[in-house]
Design a protein around this ligand. Structure first.
Ligand code: ATP
Ligand code: MG
Length: 751
């Protein structure tokens, strides 16, 4: 692309960011201000203007989806050689490095990557082996602890030394060490290891370090506010020689502290990299004025932040809508009904929520209404039983080093090899330092296992035969051979018809994926290993196909960096969003993180934003009463098209002071009779009663009078202002002090 053309698409500050190619650079700016755009243009500029070899550029983003988008943007900007730029997530960059060099760390290059499910299985085994009290040590909590230790780069050895003398901590250290050892034995790495091992490698191996330092002369990192310690270290090592490091982020969008993200990485960038230049962007190009103002208003309630205020030249746009429903099901129904009636493409719409579990109700309604949709997160395709089974076969065929994979399928389909036999084999393998699969071939088992041994032999034969076939078959053919020759398909058919069909469809989908992979593979070498690796790495968002017209349903976390014309944020209830934990916490740090999440959610919307909540919601099988999210209260009335009575009263119940009338009078009064929010019909059905406010002709009290309020008790009226739609009354209550309220809601009684 021509330089003038490229620069036409950028504002002066973005241009400066693009031209500042040498030395450390921090772009710190709010949502939708074109940070990612500046970053992609910078890549183009480096290649086209500075003649930098694309091979020398590394760009890192947070999700695969974001990496894909960046890849597209770069491809469009750069005419030649763009494919040589490494555009990748932290994790896939590490996999690429480890696949080449991991042998130095005692793994083989066809290592397996364990996902969350594999981790749990392994941890369960370890807790059992170590005889830990299952009431005290739950695998999920233990894994979270291990993960945070890894992210802080605390090794099992260090942790053990640190926890000497503390019983609980020592036990934890023992678990951590055993877990790590098992991973190593299985030639497996969990997601955190991918990063930790790469850092280790770069630290310890000078040759490898220098190779990558020379290679990546220009490094760019998007969403830097969400990097954790180990990611920080990785970047520090890679950028160690040239220090041409450009990081981009927004401290207001840091939403992964619970996973160890450290906001200091961005706030202290200038200290870590002396001489760093800092560029701030303030113009938002994404959202309407109304949406942006709502976001600004919400986030300014956070105390621990650097003040910045985004502005936009975009139009004022539609007002936001807040809608209340009786139940979560009503909410889902109304959202689906409205989405079905929109005249914009489905792909321009996203429905966001705080927790994955919330997708189910929405999904049901979307299916019911025949709306194409895709859930990001939730039950991952690759977590489905049949897919994991087939992948376990493929892993076993590929290397047989992964014990969990072999154990998963040794009796699937049923071969009469029970848990006791498997236990015996595990013991035998452990005692003789053998992989589980190797142990299966030992004749020793014939004596101990008797009849079962024949069955084990049968299993080994099947695998060995498939291994031979793997050399000649294509990948899709190999998968077909697996389900046919192992008897998997036959056993599946004994299941009920519906689930057989669904499962076969999933397997077919995996075969499609394999065909696709083979078609796009550059060379033939190690296809199976590479396929398994790719599959292990795909976050769900990867499965979304840009060309398909469908609504995306996802958590607020997954939505980071993305944008949509129309956004629904559902389940805006205190205790859900913000989460119960953050509401009940002693300090405000969790709540502030939730608020940043709200800021991320709101700023995803380009043109329209709808916020919904429900009075009742099923949580863990019981129906709970909910209050509207406090974040709703933080949006000024004048930005809302429609103000729900219940939100109103919740504000009063909480004893908050009623928001001021907007200085400009507001275009539409929020307390006017509500319009049908989700279409007349849906609205009346779901919300039950219409709520109308009528301004009284006159009030029977005035300034100086004593009045009584149902909740606040008695007080003295200090002012009455005649607004267009209602009277605004200020009362100094004896008990709770001064409150501003609207007459028709307050129902004050003169005493
Ligand atoms: P986030 O904080 O959400 O990651 P961001 O700062 O990375 O946002 P981008 O995604 O780069 O912002 O840009 C937001 C939108 O504004 C995109 O649609 C982008 O194409 C557009 N945009 C960015 N800069 C400009 C510009 N100078 N002129 C016109 N449009 C722009
Ligand atoms: Mg961005």
């Amino acid at each position: 692309m021509k330089l003038e053309n490229m620069f036409e698409q950028l504002n002066p500050m973005q241009r400066k960011a693009v031209e500042t190619t040498e030395g450390p650079l921090l772009i710190l700016a709010g949502a939708g201000s074109g940070k990612t755009r500046a970053l992609t243009h910078r890549i183009a500029y480096l290649i086209e203007e500075k003649g930098v070899n694309p091979w020398n550029i590394l760009a890192i983003t947070f999700t695969n989806k974001a990496a894909g988008e960046m890849r597209d943007r770069v491809d469009r900007l750069v005419s030649f050689g763009a494919e040589n730029v490494w555009v990748s997530t932290f994790h896939s960059a590490c996999v690429r490095i480890l696949r080449r060099h991991i042998e130095g760390l005692g793994y083989t290059t066809n290592f397996t990557i364990y996902d969350g499910d594999d981790q749990k299985t392994l941890m369960r085994q370890i807790l059992k082996q170590l005889d830990m009290d299952p009431k005290v040590y739950r695998e999920k909590a233990v894994l979270a602890r291990v993960s945070s230790l890894k992210n802080e780069m605390v090794s099992p050895g260090e942790f053990s030394a640190r926890s000497a003398g503390n019983f609980r901590e020592s036990q934890m250290a023992e678990i951590y060490a055993a877990y790590q050892e098992e991973l190593k034995k299985n030639n497996a790495l969990d997601f955190d290891d991918l990063l930790v091992r790469t850092v280790e490698l770069l630290k310890d191996d000078q040759d490898v370090r220098e190779y990558y330092q020379n290679r990546f002369r220009y490094i760019m990192v998007d969403e830097y506010q969400d990097t954790n310690h180990v990611q920080f270290k990785l970047i520090e090592l890679l950028a160690g020689k040239y220090k041409n490091l450009c990081v981009v982020g927004d401290d207001d969008q840091s939403i992964y502290r619970f996973r160890g993200a450290d906001i200091r990485n961005i706030l202290e960038f200038e200290t870590e990299y002396p001489g760093a230049q800092v560029i701030r962007l303030e113009q938002n190009y994404r959202s309407t004025k109304t949406i942006l103002e709502a976001a600004n208003q919400i986030i300014q309630n956070n105390e621990g932040r650097k003040e910045k205020r985004l502005w936009t030249e975009n139009e004022e746009g539609e007002k936001l809508r807040i809608c209340a429903f009786e139940t979560g099901a009503d909410e889902a129904e109304a959202v689906a009904a409205e989405v079905a009636s929109l005249d914009i493409p489905y792909r321009d719409v996203a429905v966001l929520y705080r927790t994955n579990a919330q997708s189910r109700l929405l999904e049901e309604r979307f299916v019911h209404k025949n709306i194409p949709y895709q859930v990001v997160g939730g039950v991952n395709f690759y977590q489905r039983k049949e897919i994991k089974d087939i992948l376990a076969y493929l892993k076993t065929i590929d290397s047989g080093m992964d014990d969990l994979a072999v154990q998963r399928i040794i009796n699937v389909p049923r071969r009469g090899i029970g848990a006791t036999s498997i236990g015996k084999i595990m013991n035998f393998a452990g005692a003789n330092h053998l992989r589980f699969y190797e142990a299966l071939k030992e004749s020793y088992l014939a004596d101990t296992l008797g009849k079962v041994h024949g069955k084990i032999k049968g299993f080994v034969e099947v695998i060995e035969k498939l291994r031979e076939q793997a050399a000649v078959l294509t990948l899709p053919e190999l998968i077909e051979a697996v389900i046919r020759d192992t008897g998997y398909e036959d056993e599946l058919k004994n299941d009920d018809a519906v689930s057989v069909q669904a499962r076969m469809e999933n397997i077919q989908e995996l075969i499609n994926k394999a065909s696709d992979f083979v078609i796009h593979a550059k060379d033939r070498e190690g296809l199976l290993t590479r396929f398994l690796e790719e599959v292990a790495l795909v976050a769900d968002i990867d499965r979304t196909n840009e060309d398909e017209d469908r609504v995306l349903l996802m958590t607020l976390h997954s939505a980071k960096g993305l944008e949509f014309s129309r956004v629904y944020i559902t389940g805006m209830e205190d205790g859900l969003f913000p989460s119960g934990k953050s509401v009940n916490a002693e300090d405000d740090s969790l709540l502030e993180e939730e608020r940043r999440l709200a800021y991320v959610g709101v700023t995803r919307a380009k043109r329209a934003l709808v916020l919904t909540w429900s009075r009742r919601r099923m949580v863990n099988g019981e129906s709970r009463w909910c209050k509207p999210s406090r974040f709703l209260d933080e949006i000024p009335l004048e930005l809302l098209e429609h103000y729900q009575a219940s939100v109103w009263s919740s504000r009063q119940e909480r004893g908050d002071t009623v928001q001021q009338q907007p200085a400009n009078g507001g275009k539409r009064s929020p307390y006017s009779a509500p319009k049908a929010v989700f279409g007349e019909d849906a609205y009346t059905r779901n919300i039950g009663k219409q709520f109308t406010v009528t301004k009284a002709d006159s009030l029977d009290y005035q300034a100086g009078d004593r009045v009584r309020h149902m909740k606040y008790g008695d007080g003295t009226v200090t002012a009455v202002v005649d607004g267009k739609k209602d009277y605004e009354v200020t009362v100094n209550f004896d008990r709770v002090g001064q409150k501003k309220m609207f007459a028709s809601f307050a129902k004050l009684e003169k005493i």
